[in-house]
Design a protein around this ligand. Sequence first.
Ligand code: PLP
Length: 394
Amino acid sequence: MEYNFATRIGGLKPSAIREILKVTQDPSVISFAAGNPSPEAFPAREMRAISDDLFENHFASALQYGVSEGYTPLRELTMKRLREKFSIGTDDDDLIILSGGQQGMDLTAKCFLNEGDTIITESPSFIGSLNCFRSYGAKLVGIPMQRDGLDVDALEQALKTEKNVKLLYLIPTFQNPTGYCLSIEKRKRVLELAQLYDVPVIEDNPYYELRYSGSPIPTLKSMDTDGHVIYVGSYSKVLAPGIRLGFACANKKVIGKLTVVKQVSDVHSNLFFQMIAAEYIKRYDFDAHVAEVCSIYRRKRDAMADALQKYCADTLDFVKPDGGLFLWCDIRSGKDGAELCRLSGKRGVAAVPGVAFSVDPSVPVAAIRLNFSLPTFEQLERGSMLLGEAAREL
Ligand SMILES: Cc1ncc(COP(=O)(O)O)c(C=O)c1O
């Protein structure tokens, strides 16, 4: 039959990354394209022990329906950690457990965006969020990224001139795809602008704890004095992505609305894994686990940065990121990143063209995104060498 799908999803294309990942199923391909955490960072043995205990002693509640706000012990433990470690959350705030951080963007967009409303984002930005906003028929306005975060003058201009700006979406720390961080000065300016134009800011912060060097920068949420910031966090990168657990911390009025829309979306997040996550935090040293994860990725980041320096310094320009999972490479010749990905693909190395993250994908981008968490050390070295060959051919 001829299916008459809603116009608001008409413009949605399968994510370029998912398409590239299909190619990377081939084991001979070295993939710098994924964004996946490394399985060696998953606390599988500990989760299994908790899981056995839950099935043995608590199956009746673990397999039952739960509440939309989330499993209370996990909510409390998450809130406590945010408050004590990162000064996130006030007495006016509340917290909801989500099915991954991605759901935070989806539910927030659902709560705030009418069709045709404007959302301002960094460009490039995380494709999952951009597509989410597109699926609500929003107008996306992209603000260029600089190495110290988005161009705040361009942001101010957009806030002045765009109509119906309902949300600002930022990944201020170890941004996906660039790995860049918004400087403290710019953070202050963003908050001032959010207050001046009275626009809520989604602070999407899944990589905050994956810091390998440099000093921590306060989150926007910890600097927010009047409830403008909707903070979205995730357990994907510090526990495991397959458990699909994230959270949002925001003013109680916002969390109340998110809870209502979550109810109609998926009732609640997977209770069994919420219980596993809560028990994990209670029984084990979560900070020590995060430190261990960081030590794995620090070595991988260093290996990729060293290899790129060795093989690609003449063709690619990059900043070694202080954290996160990605390294953004500008192509010195100014040529199209999509073409470089094609040439590297022929040599068995997958990377994602910069254009895949653009708010306006019709303009070519002379950059590519590389992931360093998933490849082995050998692949990081060999893949960088082959990428260097491709870049010289380009
Ligand atoms: C910037 C950003 N936000 C959100 C997500 C979604 O993460 P999850 O839904 O697994 O928590 C990702 C995943 O890669 C991401 O890079």
